[in-house]
Design a protein around this ligand. Structure first.
Ligand SMILES: Nc1ncnc2c1ncn2[C@@H]1O[C@H](COP(=O)(O)OP(=O)(O)OP(=O)(O)O)[C@@H](O)[C@H]1O
Length: 617
């Protein structure tokens, strides 16, 4: 048997170590027992499915029936495709079945879903352990290889008792079954570097889901963007997965006739209703019986869509199309029967963090460009500041203009640090967001380890930039505060500003929106922090804003450390005046540090809560 044709989980050599590992893995990951119901044992069945868009203005009125009395099933051992013209309701049905329908007040969902006769709730994270979900866009870690991607998924999703040897053997086996042996150790790639091909990426996406041995695998347009050869390879793989006793359900748009003929079953939607469903092998006969015989040399996939688009729905309803849900399709669930999900006691949060951190740092190592650009830009800016404020810290502070210049230099450095990290932090976070949403929703890790791992790489990037900045400006400007203090203050500034970026990145999927809002959030800090206009001169109504501005605390800290020990006499007088005018109190230094910590924690927590709520569907 050709390796590419080999079914997933098939066993080549009964004596091999791989086989024994796979047996162990199977016994651990496929313990699901299905209850009995009206449908065939193990099938995914949905019934009486309605999705209504309610009219906001006229309460209780339905504005649009997105799905109406939809029913159907996806059988064990078969591939089932959902097709339909644009706007037919494919995405909506898919979102309902996968539990990914956005929770919106104006959408009302009705209907039931059963797996093997037992009611299933696709929004339930436990039930979702039975699901594999492959989104249309490939959400992969670009600097990992296919082997690393599968290993990561296996390590974090399989029971914690699975040994490293078992995981390695399973990963090798799945790579072979996916036809990815040759590309196993090539970088997946993306924007930063060309890596494996589009078809190989799609197979990696499928592989990372298959590694957890899901009962059902859902795929959203699995062939989109692929050439006909790659599309046929993906379909062959899905067929192999199904033939192993799994349910494979996907949406598909304009398949070639070869791809169309490779499905087992078709569900055709038309204006939110089921126009036709059945075996692809019978399509010719079914359409002939309905009065629409398929023309010769016509792509059957085009024909089924053309018939649905070019005929009035009321006329089509007079034919054999749009059959109502048969009585025996409806399932009467057995009372008290619960869906059994595999016992996959997750690895500890610490292990999750370990794996996530190692992936983050591997990313920096393999794609250091972002860090290098950041450090270079910061150093050039720092050198410009250094020339402008050359030796300012060593000049005689008895002259008031010198103290003014010190104030100016410190505020400039803080503002530059505030903006310095924003671009790279927002870009990196936006790039990784879809990956997080996929991995979190498929139970790879919990939210805290994820955020800690992101924090780890952000701290590294921020430190590299502020350290370079400090090396350049500290001695050029000749500050008297300790190097450590200077570094700590700029580092704190950088981390709080990164936290703001991450928070905005959590709210907005689009990095452009996050960047635009960053300007709106950050620029007012320049006014509210008191560095350009004394806080006492600000209207009472906005004075509170100083307390939520990181620039307030970092500039106060920098001034406190730099101006607290000036030469006695006129210099000390000038320093004290400047501190007082800028509302800096030397006794409050620790409060300033605590306030920065508070802001940092608050921004991080908000980001975590927002992202978690977005990842729940
Ligand atoms: N949240 C929503 N609010 C308003 N209308 C919606 C919403 N979701 C879906 N619709 C409408 O329901 C219909 C079906 O949409 P759906 O996206 O499911 O179709 P589709 O078959 O996937 O189309 P396409 O192939 O173009 O993506 C469309 O008319 C769409 O505008």
């Amino acid at each position: 048997m050709n390796q590419d044709d080999m079914p997933i989980g098939d066993i080549e050599d009964p004596k091999s170590a791989v086989e024994s590992t796979e047996k162990t893995m199977d016994s651990r990951t496929s313990s699901t027992k299905f209850g009995s119901g009206g449908g065939a044992k193990g099938d995914l069945v949905w019934s009486g499915m309605n999705l209504k868009l309610m009219d906001k203005k006229n309460k209780g009125n339905v504005k649009l029936d997105i799905l109406k009395d939809v029913w159907g099933k996806a059988e064990v051992g078969k591939t089932t495709a959902i097709m339909g013209a644009s706007g037919a309701g494919k995405t909506s049905l898919f979102q309902v079945l996968t539990g990914r329908l956005p929770t919106q007040g104006d959408l009302v969902q009705e209907g039931e879903i059963f797996l093997g006769g037992v009611r299933v709730d696709p929004r339930d994270r436990e039930h979702r352990k039975l699901f594999g979900y492959v989104a249309q866009e490939d959400a992969l870690h670009e600097t990992s290889t296919p082997r690393e991607a599968l290993r990561f998924s296996a390590k974090l999703r399989l029971p914690r008792t699975t040994s490293d040897e078992e995981i390695e053997a399973l990963v090798t086996k799945k790579l072979r079954a996916l036809g990815l042996e040759d590309a196993a150790d090539t970088i997946i790639g993306g924007g930063f570097k060309k890596g494996i091909s589009g078809g190989q990426k799609k197979r990696v996406c499928i592989g990372v889901e298959l590694i957890a041995s899901p009962t059902i695998i859902f795929l959203d347009e699995p062939t989109s963007g692929l050439d006909s050869y790659a599309a046929a390879q993906v379909m062959q793989l899905l067929d192999d997965v199904a033939k192993e006793g799994n349910i494979v359900l996907f949406t598909i748009h304009q398949p070639s006739s070869k791809v169309f003929n490779s499905f087992d079953n078709l569900i055709l939607l038309n204006k939110g209703q089921v126009m036709h469903q059945g075996a692809v092998d019978n399509i010719g006969a079914d359409y002939k019986a309905a009065g629409f015989p398929m023309p010769e040399n016509y792509n059957p996939a085009d024909w089924v869509i053309d018939v649905s688009e070019m005929n009035d729905i009321d006329d089509l309803k007079k034919t054999t199309f749009f059959a109502s849900e048969p009585k025996d399709h409806k399932i009467i669930p057995v009372k008290g029967e619960k869906l059994e999900v595999p016992d996959s006691k997750h690895v500890s949060a610490f292990t999750e963090l370990k794996y996530l951190l190692s992936r983050e740092f591997r990313d920096i190592k393999r794609n250091p460009l972002m860090t290098v650009i950041n450090v270079t830009i910061t150093s050039i800016l720092a050198a410009i500041f250094g020339i402008m404020f050359w030796d300012v810290g060593r000049k005689d502070r008895a002259e008031f203009v010198v103290v003014q210049a010190i104030l100016g230099s410190l505020v400039n450095i803080m503002i530059s640090t505030l903006f310095g990290q924003s671009n790279s932090a927002i870009t990196i976070f936006a790039r990784d967001r879809p990956l997080f949403l996929r991995e979190y929703s498929t139970d790879h890790y919990t939210i805290v380890p994820y955020f800690l791992s992101k924090l780890g790489s952000e701290m590294f990037n921020a430190f590299a930039a502020v350290f370079a900045q400090a090396l350049v400006v500290y001695w050029m400007m000749g500050f008297t505060m300790g190097f450590g203090n200077f570094l700590a203050i700029t580092y704190a500034m950088s981390l709080v500003s990164t936290a703001v970026c991450v928070m905005l990145g959590a709210f907005f999927a689009n990095p452009e929106n996050a960047t635009a809002l960053f300007t709106l959030v950050v620029v007012p800090q320049l006014y509210f922090s008191g560095v350009f206009i004394s806080i006492d001169l600000l209207p009472d109504l906005v004075q509170w804003a100083q307390y939520v501005c990181s620039l307030t605390y970092t500039s106060r800290l920098a001034l406190a450390y730099e101006l607290q020990n000036c030469e006695p006499g006129l210099a000390a007088q000038n320093c004290e005046d400047t501190l007082a005018r800028n509302n800096v109190n030397i006794d409050d230094i620790w409060w300033y540090w605590l306030a920065l910590l508070g802001l940092f924690t608050a921004f991080r927590l908000v980001a975590m809560i927002v992202l978690r709520s977005k990842a729940n569907y």
